[in-house]
Design a protein around this ligand. Structure first.
Ligand code: SAH
Length: 281
């Protein structure tokens, strides 16, 4: 059993690096990175942190979250100042929940550890801000990955969210192992919303290779997405503001919803469940 040393100086900080740009990392997260003796995280995320002499880096595969969390806890209990690094916000499909799950499942004596979670700017916040205020009203975030939940649950959640009038953001929309799920989900969404609803494909937001593509729901497809994309599905209330001289339009979703409506019921023309694909049915 590992117990904290007397006069323990170890601590565990869980932080998000924001969407990519160096100046979108919270100053408090930067300070924690500077003070850390050990950095733990998925390799490509650690690569975004400037090297500091004497600081140890423990890069790992993206799937070993609980293992990585337990490693971080053990190091901190041994007296290290450990920073666990996620992209965006660590609480949004990142390492924060994995660390607390490890503390929840593990030996209760480990709970004397000092733990701090430092919030970060999420990909969805960055994408919405980049195009205007697409998430200006109520919105939902759904992770399309079926690593940790059944794909049918993913489909049900997206269908419910769009039907309830939420702007719905899809994280992890595609990967090499999951090439078809996004199209199946979009087919399902088309049974719930009019084809005119705008869909934003925001890739590598705030990075040099950033790409923003807006499609009508009727033509939206996985062709515009890769692993660095977050997909934001608007609502029938979402507005597009055209701009002069070829400038990209702004998109925003007003905060006001007419009384007695969900913001969808009066405007949607669902084709019914018959249109759902077998994969997502
Ligand atoms: N914790 C992160 C999400 C990690 S899950 C957050 O708070 O944003 C990884 C997924 O996040 C990617 O598959 C992609 O959907 C999204 N993502 C991360 N960075 C992004 C960026 N700069 N632009 C667009 N999407 C991004």
């Amino acid at each position: 059993m590992i117990t904290p040393a007397e006069g323990m100086t170890g601590r565990l900080t869980i932080l998000g690096l924001g969407p990519g740009a160096a100046d979108l990392v919270a100053p408090r997260a930067r300070a924690a990175l500077d003070q850390a003796t050990d950095l733990i995280g998925y390799g490509p995320y650690l690569a975004r942190v400037p090297e500091r002499p004497g600081q140890r880096r423990h890069a790992s595969d993206n799937r070993q979250e609980l293992e990585r969390a337990n490693h971080a806890i053990d190091l901190a209990l041994d007296g290290a100042r450990v920073a666990v690094v996620s992209s965006g916000d660590a609480g949004v499909f990142g390492m924060a929940a994995a660390v607390f799950e490890a503390l929840d499942r593990g030996d209760p004596t480990r709970r004397s550890l000092l733990v701090e979670v430092i919030p970060g700017i999420t990909a969805v916040q960055a994408a919405s801000a980049r195009i205007g205020a697409l998430c200006g009203g109520d919105y939902c975030v759904v992770n399309l990955s079926d690593n940790l939940k059944p794909f049918e649950t993913v489909c049900e959640r997206v269908a419910s969210a769009v039907a309830a009038g939420f702007v719905t953001a899809l994280y992890n929309p595609v990967s090499r192992a999951r090439p078809w799920q996004l199209n199946a989900v979009l087919d399902r969404v088309r049974t719930r919303l009019p084809g005119t609803v705008p869909v934003l494909f925001a890739t590598a937001v705030s990075r040099p290779d950033e790409r923003l593509v807006v499609r009508a729901l009727s033509t939206a497809s996985a062709a515009d997405a890769d692993m660095r994309t977050v997909v934001l599905i608007g609502t029938p209330l979402t507005r597009t503001i055209p701009r002069p001289n070829g400038a990209a339009p702004w998109l925003y979703t007003p905060r006001s919803v007419p009384a007695g409506t969900s913001g969808v019921a009066d405007t949607a023309t669902p084709d019914g469940d018959a249109e759902e694909t077998a994969a997502c049915a």
